[in-house]
Design a protein around this ligand. Structure first.
Ligand SMILES: [Zn+2]
Ligand SMILES: [Zn+2]
Length: 172
């Protein structure tokens, strides 16, 4: 496995308000923990000893990241939060982690409220991810779906080949 590419300042600035899409995935928060090109491992180790405000300030100065990114990083000093088994249950159809009581899945769009008659509610985004040609951009319209899609793409080794884009649906 290759380690994720750290973000450069130029990349971070170009991303603006977007959340990180690379780094270790924390399934418990549903977030990617960014790595930064402009701060050394030694500096980071030392930085972790500081109070939260110093961490935010230093990260923002050194890497150009916004407060959201600094928060995500500071909330994961030791990497992703361990996931307790009860917290999620895999979707029986596509395998993404869902709430244990879930009866439908945003990613493969299966609905099993009536377990004897599961229904497909729309085109499966899981299938789109598996079938997409490299370079394809797949659009999703909710942040929760985006997170599941990223997770699924990661699991199926497609995260470097396709782009999953979160676009809020236009409301008039
Ligand atoms: Zn977390
Ligand atoms: Zn599913």
């Amino acid at each position: 496995m290759t380690s994720p590419q750290p973000y450069t300042r130029a990349e971070i600035e170009a991303l603006g308000d977007q959340l990180p899409e690379r780094g270790a995935f924390c399934p418990s928060c549903g977030l990617y923990i960014p790595e930064f090109a402009d701060i050394s491992a030694e500096e980071l180790t030392e930085l972790k000893q500081n109070d939260t405000l110093t961490i935010f300030k230093t990260l923002r100065e050194k890497t150009g990241c916004n407060l959201k990114w600094a928060k995500i990083w500071s909330q994961h000093p030791d990497g992703p939060h361990p996931l307790v088994a009860e917290e999620t249950a895999p979707c029986p159809y596509c395998g993404v982690p869902l709430h244990p009581g879930a009866e439908q899945c945003l990613l493969c769009r299966m609905d099993w409220h009536d377990p004897t008659h599961p229904k497909q509610l729309g085109r499966s985004i899981a299938d789109q991810i598996l079938e997409a040609e490299p370079g394809t951009q797949i659009e999703v319209t909710s942040h929760s779906t985006w997170l599941l899609a990223q997770h699924f793409a990661e699991l199926h080794h497609r995260r470097d080949e396709i782009t999953i884009h979160f676009a809020k649906s236009e409301k008039a």
